[in-house]
Design a protein around this ligand. Structure first.
Ligand code: AMP
Length: 566
């Protein structure tokens, strides 16, 4: 067993030519290395070439064009120098957020422009001056026609998800917008496919473009290790609950859960431990000593879940690993193959499970195509499945106990109760006791987790809302961070103590379950900021928790608690 990286030297973001401000931003978001599309697109964009990029959602394409764009454009002027056109409102918001995140240290001013938003608000921001505009074509054109958006200062144009924009009938709008741009601009076009109509607009809008695509690399999984591959489509707010459900059902002997970024790893480890799993982090931000300590714990069995990034997990070999879980679809098919190759070694069977956002369905299909292996998309286990599994475990335990023998000392119990009760009832009572004891405290049946479908084009246009709740539940766990949307069925409490007071998720879970007598599953996502914390609590018990926390100490101190009903 070794835990030294075995792969060859990999390319870093700095190698690609990105400047210190961007490198700092990347390290803050916790990216450890560029994805393949970033590796091939960033250098030519930085050189000033036009680029035609073939990449689907989930490959890291947003950063592939945003990072070099930020480095190339002029900043701080009265008019915008970067224009990113996207098909939908959701994508406009998402890309604008990415621009903001990566460009923070450069004081980049970004404005998303999309239909349905008030013109007045957009105008006010435009007047103050912006560097980058992220717009849907229809609304951008409205602004141009009203004379409220002048594009003569645009230096870099990006057409993101160009195939989608054409599908949605934006071809004429695009022509009209591009006609307003200076000839000297740099143009980048990203699309998931290279359909003839894409080649046509590429010819029209791009000059001598460099074509970048993730090559269909031959993969080393063709000899078919014994890995069962499954995927569940789940939206981000429900991923944690879905992961819990999967782990409870699979009861892995040892598993690696892969995340894309360092920050995701740290957050997930905290959430899992607060919910009673035994998880440790493994990422590139840790020292060799720290990593070795984690490996030791894993080998000794005092930890059974490793939450890791690709880079950190490279080359580690854990012989008793039974499961690999991809918390997100990896950005490149090659990573998928590397990840799942951690199980199914030496003729042992293994299970690889992927939790995919519906938007990443295409990425999943691409992986299937390249690996020539099927990834079955299955329905998330239901509460009934979970109950059946727990009963199955009790049945197996009981069977083992009987086969082991040594039952004589208990005969007296049966004999005395046998006079009062039927033997069947006696047996059922004993099974109930054993079953409940094996569940332990605080474990209760969770509610159904809403499952999602792959997005259809029309759906997506309307906001990509593919939720298909099964059963009556609404108990998924959402992001509880400030300003984030709450999970349906959950209310939020504001707690006036945070990281600076040493508050950790498990302190809150402890106080809530201990003082208010609610179960862990009734607690949703916990967000801990420096000075405060936000906790989601199931609607039906939130009053009880609120009342209890008003007087109960958290980490030994009384803390102010408020309903956060925004
Ligand atoms: P996109 O294809 O742009 O929608 O990106 C998909 C996801 O990958 C986003 O959640 C990004 O935050 C994440 N991502 C992008 N680049 C990297 C990277 N180099 N390392 C890890 N995650 C990344």
């Amino acid at each position: 067993m070794s835990d030294s990286p075995s792969a060859g030297p990999s390319v870093s973001f700095a190698d690609l030519g990105l400047g210190p401000d961007l490198l700092r931003a990347l390290s803050e978001v916790g990216y450890e290395e560029p994805t393949p599309i970033q590796e091939s697109a960033i250098p030519p964009i930085l050189d000033g070439s036009d680029v035609l990029g073939l990449a689907a959602t989930g490959t890291g394409k947003t950063a592939a064009f945003t990072l070099p764009l930020l480095q190339r454009i002029s900043r701080g002027g009265p008019a915008p120098s970067g224009l990113i056109l996207v098909p939908t409102r959701e994508l406009a918001i998402q890309v604008a957020k990415a621009v903001h995140r990566y460009g923070k240290a450069m004081s980049i001013r970004v404005l998303p422009i999309y239909g349905g938003q008030s013109f007045g608000q957009q105008l006010r921001v435009l007047k103050r001056g912006v560097d980058v505009i992220v717009a849907t074509p229809g609304r951008a054109l409205d602004h141009i026609r009203r004379g409220t958006l002048d594009l003569v200062t645009i230096e870099v144009l990006v057409l993101d998800e160009a195939d989608e924009m054409l599908d949605m009938g934006f071809a004429d709008d695009l022509d009209a917008i591009v006609a307003e741009l200076p000839e000297t601009r740099q143009s980048l076009l990203f699309s998931a496919t290279l359909a003839p109509r894409i080649s046509k607009i590429a010819q029209k809008y791009l000059t001598d473009p460099v074509e970048v695509r993730i090559t269909d690399e031959p993969t080393d999984s063709d000899d078919g290790p014994l890995i069962e591959q499954r995927a569940y489509l789940v939206r981000r707010p429900h991923k944690l609950a879905a992961l819990g459900r999967v782990l409870d059902l699979e009861s892995p002997e040892a598993a690696i859960v892969f995340c894309r970024t360092r920050n995701d790893v740290d957050e997930l480890v905290e959430s899992l431990n607060a919910r009673g799993y035994r998880a440790e982090a493994m990422h590139g931000g840790m020292s060799q000593d720290e990593r070795e300590r984690v490996m030791k714990k894993l080998r000794a069995g005092s930890v059974d879940l490793l939450v890791a990034t690709d880079v950190a997990a490279r080359g580690i070999d854990i012989s008793h690993l039974t499961h690999v879980v991809n918390y997100d679809v990896p950005n490149a098919p090659k990573s998928y193959v590397h990840r799942i190759g951690r199980v199914g070694r030496a003729g042992r069977e293994g299970v690889a499970i992927t939790l995919a956002d519906p938007r990443e369905h295409g990425l999943l299909r691409n992986i299937e195509r390249l690996t020539h292996q099927r990834i079955a998309i299955e329905s998330l286990p239901t509460v009934a499945d979970l109950r059946a599994r727990r009963l199955e475990l009790t049945r197996a335990g009981l069977r083992e106990t009987i086969l082991e023998g040594g039952l004589d000392p208990f005969r007296v119990v049966i004999e005395s109760l046998g006079e009062e009760f039927d033997l069947w009832d006696l047996a059922l009572g004993a099974v109930k006791m054993a079953h409940e004891a094996s569940l332990g405290e605080g474990v209760a049946d969770e509610e159904e987790i809403p499952e999602a479908r792959p997005p259809g084009h029309s759906r997506r246009d309307r906001g990509d809302r593919g939720d298909r709740p099964r059963g009556g539940g609404s108990g998924g766990r959402g992001e509880a961070g400030a300003g984030r949307r709450r999970t349906p069925g959950m209310s939020r409490l504001f707690i006036a103590a945070g990281r600076q007071k040493g508050i950790r998720p498990k302190d809150l879970v402890g106080a809530i379950t201990g003082e208010a007598g609610v179960s862990g599953y009734q607690i949703g996502t916990i967000h801990i900021a420096d000075k405060y914390a936000l906790v989601e609590i199931a609607d039906d018990v939130v009053d009880r928790v609120f009342e209890a926390l008003k007087t109960a100490p958290i980490k030994g101190k009384r803390v102010r608690v408020k309903r956060d009903d925004r």
